[in-house]
Write a protein that binds this ligand. Sequence first.
Ligand code: NCD
Ligand code: ZN
Length: 337
Amino acid sequence: MKIEISSPLDMHLHLRDGAMLDNIAQCSSNSFAGAIVMPNLLPPVTSKEEIIAYKKRIKLAIKDDTFTPYMTLFFKNSYDFDFLSSIKEEIIAIKLYPAGITTNSEGGVDGFDIESLKMTLDAMSELEIPLCIHGETNGFVMDRESEFIPIYEKIATAFPKLKIIMEHITSKDSVQALDRFENLYATITLHHLIITLDDVAGGMLKPHLFCKPIAKRPEDRFALRKLAFSGHPKVMFGSDSAPHPQHAKESCGCAAGVFTAPIALQVLTELFLQNSTIENLQKFVSDNARNIYSNIVIPSKIVTLEKRSFIVPSNYGGVVPMFANEEIPFSIVDIKG
Ligand code: NCD
Ligand code: ZN
């Protein structure tokens, strides 16, 4: 049996920079037609010059692959209308991080009072620039995402024309929040469809499954699966594939992030087939994103997968992927475009 996916998109991806970018960029650009590239470099991407230069480095790293990097700016509440109009053509969205909540987010937002966000979010609404949010408070780690929901709701109410993407949702509370506001959307990762906290810390600690937001309870995973498998039009695949060098993961003070780029489409295919919802895979990995981010141009690329087992390599340029050394049942057998 062959499964074809047309122009798969990864709507939340960390490509890093320098040697790491060169090592891992093609893990995504080989099989995806495009991806939203996160701006949490050190220092974060906050100017037009940096965006243009970073995009150039990405293009070099992906070599001849058919792949569009959709660039993002790191949110600052000092961005005004003129600045954002001058940068609009270079970006697909702006990514907001609460300060210090995850990798390289120290320069993020300190408070969420509407007054302090107003200038930038008014300008984004006017210019139709979507806002991607890492929605976690600094509360107890299992509750951070749920505690952030009132902030999503406050922003969604105050800026009804703003498209707000709840990034990498992990809890049933977020699933329920999605439909309460017309202007809320969501991405879901591969790993949060598969693991719970038990897989991370229930037995021997698994550093390669440690990420932010942390994987939650079985009922949360169930709600995420139901939502993703339904092909819900407000939900997109965003891998949040976040490579760290092996030594940074296998260390005390383990870096957060799961590296899934090389196996994402293969394992998504398996999951959607298992759940008899393969017809919705195309919506989840491409069509919904095309509709939500209405102005994007997407390269045409056809990826064919087949039931043929594949042993996942132990590492890609010093980064350990999810399912390293394990056999997965689906392989990519052809890529056109
Ligand atoms: C990401 C990273 O390493 O950049 N880590 C992660 O655990 N997901 C940042 C992020 O998206 O939170
Ligand atoms: Zn991320």
